[in-house]
Ligand binder design. Structure first.
Ligand code: ZN
Length: 416
């Protein structure tokens, strides 16, 4: 069935992006990101069917990203609120559970594009809360509190304790307390929990509450229950980004603000490609699964003969594992891609080892499923780069053992 909106729409659908297989939502498959950009002048009418790619039909999850930056200086007009309802209605009707995110910007310029006053953000939250309230059953989680760069992850002028609690409370109130809300870092959760936006979380849940970053928790899980019991232990997780965790003398080091071990955002190439954090040349912009996929797509565009075309049909369907598959089958282009990729990876890995000299460096995340095809070149290239290469003992690089469960196990084992 095709439905065409009769009037001009308030939002225009951007190209649907695929999160990769490396993201794996256990039991849920992976998901696509549907982006809708505000068009204050009225976008073109869109046929709904066009929103769902054939390959997305089986998915249970959809990340629906709605950009509201164009309304930063005014209230959100009635027709835009109506259109938001229609968009959610569409995903509901197609049986999707939604991760819903409203942001003023998705290009790393959120600090410039967010409203000037917190009261304007609050007004938008009240308006949007009202518009999405009927769909709460279909919304798995509301991600973020609209503001800042890439959601509130990389700074905003509204992340002080008072304004953050105020914003979270506004969002809870406007959805009548029915939304599950996720902010991006443990530091922010601590702010909120201490600041009474979620008073008595432990009592309400009847469970002890601990805060931890996902990759930190995964490192803790691997340390306590997986591959390494050495008291200096570093984990590096390679997925959409690159995260990690550091255990020193048997204790998880999470920094002064719960945000330690963001290995993905150390620069490995000055003036390199832009990163989601707003800087350039970051480790994860070259060595994450996302980066490998980008490199493979570029290669496909330049090379009609690579086996990648046979393996996945079109650049949009390429995954990190496809490159490993191609290399195993002897494809020259895939081997060259992996050679470059593992070199980038070794540059960052050597940096991490130079900093911490851990007894064990454990590699996890989706890309680590490639096993020895990844680890053998990584060990060899890292060994040539570390400062301490002639030492009697050096860091052992091993594969993670707990796969997707590392984070859950680690979180359950976190200490107060
Ligand atoms: Zn970065």
């Amino acid at each position: 069935m095709r439905i065409r909106f009769r009037e001009k729409t308030a939002f225009e659908a951007a190209r649907c992006m695929e999160s990769s297989g490396e993201l794996h939502n256990p039991g849920q498959g992976w998901y696509h990101v549907y982006t809708f950009r505000a068009k204050p002048d009225g976008g073109r009418p869109v046929e709904e069917e066009a929103w769902l790619d054939e390959s997305c039909r089986q998915e249970q999850l959809a990340l629906v990203l709605i950009l509201i930056g164009d309304y930063r200086a005014c209230e959100i007009p009635k027709e835009a609120l109506l259109h938001i309802g229609q968009i959610l209605e569409f995903f509901r009707r197609n049986g999707k559970e939604m991760i819903l995110r409203f942001v003023y910007d998705n290009e790393g310029k959120g600090m410039e594009r967010e409203p000037l006053t917190v009261s304007m953000v609050k007004r938008h939250m009240e308006q949007i809360g009202g518009a999405i309230r009927p769909y709460m059953e279909d919304i798995l989680v509301l991600q973020g509190i609209f503001v800042g760069n890439w959601g509130e992850m990389h700074g905003s002028k509204f992340l002080g304790r008072d304004s953050m609690c105020d914003l979270m409370n506004t969002l809870y109130r406007s959805t009548e307390g029915r939304c599950f809300l996720a902010v991006r870092t443990p530091a922010q959760w601590r702010t909120v929990a201490d600041g009474s936006a979620e008073p008595g979380l432990e009592e309400r849940l009847g469970l002890p509450v601990r805060f931890g970053n996902d990759a930190n928790a995964a490192a803790w899980g691997e340390y306590k229950a997986g591959g390494g019991r050495e008291d200096s232990f570093v984990m590096m997780t390679i997925g959409t980004g690159i995260g990690g965790g550091v255990i020193l003398n048997g204790r998880l080091w999470d920094g002064v603000n719960g945000a330690a071990a963001e290995f993905g955002h150390m620069t490995i190439r000055y003036d390199g490609v832009p990163c989601t954090c707003g800087r350039t040349g970051c480790f994860e912009a070259y060595a994450s699964a996302t980066a490998l996929i980008r490199q493979a797509r570029e290669r496909m565009a330049a090379d009609r003969d690579t086996l990648l075309w046979k393996l996945c049909g079109e650049p949009d369907r390429v995954e990190a594992r496809t490159v490993f598959e191609g290399a195993a089958a002897g494809d020259k282009a895939c081997r060259a891609l992996l050679d470059t990729y593992t070199t980038y990876l070794a540059e960052g890995t050597a940096n991490i080892i130079n900093l911490f000299q851990p007894a064990v460096l454990c590699v996890g995340g989706g890309v680590s499923r490639a096993g020895e095809a990844l680890l053998a070149p990584l060990r060899e290239k890292t060994a040539r780069r570390i400062y301490s290469q002639n030492a009697k003992q050096n860091t052992q690089i091993i594969l993670a053992q707990l796969d997707n469960d590392a984070g859950i196990i680690g979180a359950a084992l976190l200490e107060p």
